[in-house]
Write a protein that binds this ligand. Sequence first.
Ligand SMILES: [Zn+2]
Length: 300
Amino acid sequence: MFRVNSIARQLGSFKSASKLSQQTRKMHVKPVKMRWLTGGVNYSYLLSTEDKTKSWLIDPAEPAEVFSALKTEELMSVEAVVNTHHHYDHSGGNGAVVSRLTELENADVQVISGSHNSPGTTQIPKHLQEYALGDLKIRCIRTPCHTQDSVCYYVSDPMSQEKAIFTGDTLFIAGCGRFFEGTGEEMDVALNRRILDGVGNSNWATTKVYPGHEYTKSNVKFVRHAVYKTAGENAALDKLEKFCNENDVTAGVFTLQDELEYNPFMRLDDPTVRDAVKDPQGSLTRAQVTDRLRTLKNKM
Ligand SMILES: [Zn+2]
């Protein structure tokens, strides 16, 4: 039963992915690699409207790398610097980036983040607060755990039906962030209630995931080692494994529906995940399973 459901869900996700690629692209997401040579493998993202006149610049932690990756007109389109959380490798560039943008645009640039722990914050969104960026609709989903000020930003384009979610260090492809300021229970709520409900189930298969770091390869290694140990056991994981062996960027390729297929932190009731945390009877709470998975991952 479990397997049949899982195959049906996956077919659904392939179908919607091919339908999406036939549509005209409207919104633009430009990933900027930061700290890849020193092992941080961070991403900043420029999210822009179709005509590229309005943008949000998400987590521009390394000004030098961001300025060299973006054109002057791209920088001039930025209306807000936005942080997924306050850690320095996400918010540490706010000061320098805001001064450069203010100079270029001769206008105020907002800093949107989950708390004043991010330098220069001017706006702190509430859970499910929405912003408009041109035609784009952006919903802020507060996901406390990795830090208490973690926010995921869900973007939808009503014209093209494109959708994306910027998840910082809360949701990684095939994994999740460490629980620095929270508990397993909070991470379960963040991933499986707040993100999923905030996006809405009819949008999971078309919402591309843009995480704060390119950790996919090591996450896949963990899932293969600890959970779905053999090829053929989880078709979605097989596909992800192949993709990340052939490509260094996995951001913006996989959807929330894909995460539901292979990410053990979003499959807490799957008997194979319960086996992996030594709970074959299924007697642990979801929070305990989350904690045990995180402990296993931390040991790897
Ligand atoms: Zn972090």
